[in-house]
Design a protein around this ligand. Structure first.
Ligand SMILES: Cc1cc2nc3c(=O)[nH]c(=O)nc-3n(C[C@H](O)[C@H](O)[C@H](O)COP(=O)(O)O)c2cc1C
Length: 282
């Protein structure tokens, strides 16, 4: 076992860029919702000094078309598929999990409990996880927001409700203004902030959760290099996920895998996984 590399949900379309997806250990889909969604109106993407803002708002075909068209096409590419699931209530999430349950081409279900660009479900994350746990035997990973005062407590709650792993972190809400008009660049006003500035936030969240619970952690937030990936592993991640970097560098997975190996051996770790959690002891 070594540190696996996956993509952040919504940051790669494997059907458009299969060569990028093939460099990963598993492909994570864009978040799937019960019904088709057009997402938020444009402008939905804006650059900032140290990252990007998006307010896509869970655009997608909905679960029925995903099952009939997208999933078979992904399976035909020979990819290991993790499906990101979203919704607006616990039954929304659980209904999708139930439909994914019997599908041999789905390896993991990631519950997007933290999209800053849509209305939140009224139930707590733990209640949503519990509803999904009752609907599927697939491994369930809970993707949490960094915008909480005690993420360790959130981690304990979702693991107690049946989550098998955690994905940390989703974007954090941000805003960018046009320098001349001083109006928001995004039509919706605000969006999810991702990229380099998120790395310290992700490190703190991964570290807090690794101390709170003993489950696999997918670390993501601002990873651009093997050094960044190794730091997330040191904070407690066993899988590293690439998000915004994929928009700039389609060779990022292979490059970061190579750099990760190099940075680990340079520090005396025969495998990057041997560095897991070293930031959290002593
Ligand atoms: C354009 C864009 C779309 C995204 N869509 C989703 C999504 O559908 N579901 C989700 O869970 N996260 C989504 N994310 C969040 C990423 O998966 C990831 O958590 C976040 O970007 C932090 O990682 P990064 O700093 O490496 O980009 C999106 C991010 C971006 C930039």
């Amino acid at each position: 076992m070594t540190v696996a590399l996956v993509n952040g949900s919504g940051c790669l379309d494997a059907l458009i860029a299969p060569g990028v997806a093939a460099q990963l250990d598993a492909f994570v889909t864009k978040t799937i919702t019960p019904e088709p969604r057009e997402g938020n109106p444009p402008v939905r993407i804006a650059e900032t000094e140290a990252g990007m803002l998006n307010s896509i708002g869970l655009q997608g075909p909905g679960i029925a078309v995903f099952l009939s068209d997208t999933l078979p096409a992904l399976a035909a590419l020979g990819l290991r598929v993790w499906v990101s699931v979203g919704g607006f209530s616990a039954p929304d999430y659980a209904g999708i999990c139930e439909r994914l349950d019997g599908r041999p081409d789905v390896e993991v279900i990631e519950l997007n409990l933290s999209c800053p660009n849509v209305e939140e479900a009224p139930e707590s994350s733990a209640q949503i996880v519990a509803a999904c746990r009752a609907s599927t035997t697939k491994p369930l990973y809970a993707k949490l927001s960094p915008a909480t005062s005690d993420i360790g407590e959130s981690a304990r709650a979702v693991v107690a409700a049946g989550a098998d792993g955690l994905t940390l972190v989703n974007t954090i809400r941000g805003m960018a203004l046009d320098p001349l008009s001083l109006k928001p660049k995004l039509a919706r006003g605000f969006g999810g902030y991702s990229g380099p500035a998120l790395k310290p936030v992700a490190l703190a969240c991964v570290s807090a959760c690794a101390r709170a619970v003993d489950v696999p952690i997918v670390g993501l937030g601002g990873v651009r290099s093997g050094q960044d990936a190794l730091e997330l592993v040191a904070a407690g991640a066993s899988v590293v996920s690439l998000g915004t970097v994929l928009f700039a560098d389609p060779t990022a997975p292979e490059r970061i895998r190579r750099e990760l190996r190099h940075e680990s051996t340079a520090r005396g770790y025969p495998d990057p996984l041997a560095a897991r959690g070293v930031a959290n002891s002593g």
